[in-house]
Design a protein around this ligand. Structure first.
Ligand SMILES: Nc1ncnc2c1ncn2[C@@H]1O[C@H](COP(=O)(O)OP(=O)(O)O)[C@@H](O)[C@H]1O
Ligand SMILES: [Mg+2]
Length: 319
C-alpha cells in the first residue's frame, strides 16, 4: 500500500474513532450541563442559609424600608461572568405595590435571574433596581432579604419537626402562630393526620411528604414570614387535582396585599395574575393579562398556552 491510499480498515478505524470521540464529546457536554445544574442547586442552598454570594454591602449601606413593595427595574443590564453577551440589556419594568405578576417563557429565557436580582443575589452591571424608591444596591443584604419571602420550586425541608420547619420563616414564633400559618396554607389538616402532628420529624430521614404537601409547608413558612414581597417559583411536576386546588387557594391567600412575582407553570396560576411578563432571551417581549395575551394571534404566550392546552387534552384523553 502506497501513501495516500486508505484501506477499508483505515476507513473503519477513522469512522469508529469519529463515533467514539463524538460520544465522548456528548458526554462531556452532558457533564457540564449536570455541573451547571448542581451549581444552581448549591446556590439555592447557600441562599437558604442567607450567605452572601460574593456580594458585599457598601460601606454606607443602610437598611431598606419596604412598605408597599413597588419594584422598578430601571434600564438594567446584567451579565453573567463567562458569558459572551449580557443576559439583560437595558431591561425596564415597573411592578406596582401589591401587584401579582407572573413570569413565563422558555427555559433559559431569564425568569429565575430576574427574581435573583430582586433579592440582590447578584449586582447589576448597569441601571438600577428600586424597591419603594430605594436602590437595592445601597441597602444591606440582610435588611433586603428579611423583607422578601421566597417559596422555592422544590422546597427543602430540614430534618426537624414540622413546627420547626414552618417557623424557619420566623424563628421563635409561637405554636399558635405556626398553626395559624399552616391553616392559611391548607397544611393543617394533613399535618394533623401525621403520627405526631406538628412534632413529626420530616426531611431526608424523616416522614416523607408528597410534593404537594412540601409545597404547602413552604407556603406556611411564607405566611409566617409575613413579608411585603413574595417570590414564588412554582413546581413543574404534576400534582393531583385536589392538591393543585389546595395550593392554588393557599397561594391566592398568600399573595393578597403583597407584591408577588410568580414563576408560573400552571395555567390556573397564570390566569389569576394581574399581569404576565413573557420572557424571551433576556427580554420582556409581551405583557398583559392572560385574556389579552391569549387572544394575540401569533403571540409567544398564545403559543405556549396552546401547547400546554394540547398536553392537558392529551393527558386527559389518555386517562
Ligand atoms: N449562575 C449562572 N451562571 C452563568 N449563567 C447562568 C447562571 N444562571 C443562569 N444562567 C444562564 O442565564 C440564562 C437565563 O437563565 P435563567 O434566568 O435561569 O432562565 P429561566 O429561569 O427562564 O430558565 C441561561 O442562558 C442560563 O444558562
Ligand atoms: Mg428558572
Amino acid at each position: 500500500m502506497g501513501a495516500g491510499h486508505a484501506t477499508p480498515g483505515d476507513v473503519t478505524y477513522v469512522l469508529t474513532s469519529y463515533y467514539i470521540i463524538h460520544a465522548y464529546l456528548r458526554d462531556v457536554g452532558m457533564h457540564i450541563n449536570n455541573l451547571q445544574r448542581s451549581v444552581n442547586d448549591m446556590e439555592e442552598l447557600v441562599q437558604i442559609h442567607g450567605e452572601p454570594l460574593g456580594i458585599v454591602d457598601a460601606d454606607d449601606a443602610g437598611t431598606i424600608d419596604i412598605q408597599g413593595g413597588r419594584i422598578v427595574f430601571d434600564d438594567v443590564t446584567f451579565h453573567y461572568g463567562g458569558h459572551r453577551l449580557p443576559l439583560y440589556n437595558g431591561l425596564s419594568v415597573d411592578i406596582d405595590a401589591g401587584e401579582r405578576v407572573g413570569l413565563v417563557g422558555r427555559s433559559g429565557s431569564g425568569k429565575t435571574t430576574f427574581v435573583k436580582l430582586v433579592q440582590r443575589l447578584y449586582d447589576v452591571s448597569g441601571g438600577k433596581i428600586l424597591i419603594d424608591g430605594q436602590d437595592i444596591a445601597k441597602a444591606t443584604q440582610q435588611s433586603l432579604r428579611s423583607q422578601i419571602a421566597i417559596v422555592q420550586q422544590e422546597p427543602i425541608l430540614f430534618h426537624r419537626t414540622l413546627a420547626e420547619n414552618i417557623a424557619y420563616g420566623r424563628p421563635g414564633a409561637s405554636m399558635e402562630a405556626i398553626e395559624q400559618a399552616a391553616r392559611l396554607a391548607n397544611a393543617h389538616d394533613f399535618i394533623m393526620r401525621l403520627p405526631k402532628d406538628y412534632g413529626t420529624l420530616v426531611g431526608e430521614r424523616g416522614v416523607k411528604l408528597s410534593g404537594g404537601e412540601r409545597q404547602r409547608v413552604a407556603l406556611a413558612r411564607a405566611f409566617l414570614a409575613d413579608a411585603p414581597i413574595l417570590i414564588l417559583d412554582e413546581a413543574t411536576s404534576s400534582l393531583d387535582s385536589e392538591s393543585e386546588a389546595l395550593i392554588q387557594q393557599a397561594m391566592e391567600r398568600l399573595m393578597k396585599g403583597r407584591t408577588s412575582i410568580v414563576i408560573a407553570h400552571r395555567l390556573s396560576t397564570v390566569r389569576s395574575m394581574d399581569r404576565i411578563l413573557v420572557f424571551d432571551r433576556g427580554e420582556i417581549v409581551e405583557q398583559g393579562t392572560h385574556e389579552v395575551l391569549a387572544a394575540r394571534q401569533g403571540g409567544i404566550y398564545r403559543g405556549l398556552f396552546e401547547r400546554q392546552a394540547t398536553e392537558f387534552g392529551q393527558a386527559a384523553a389518555a386517562e
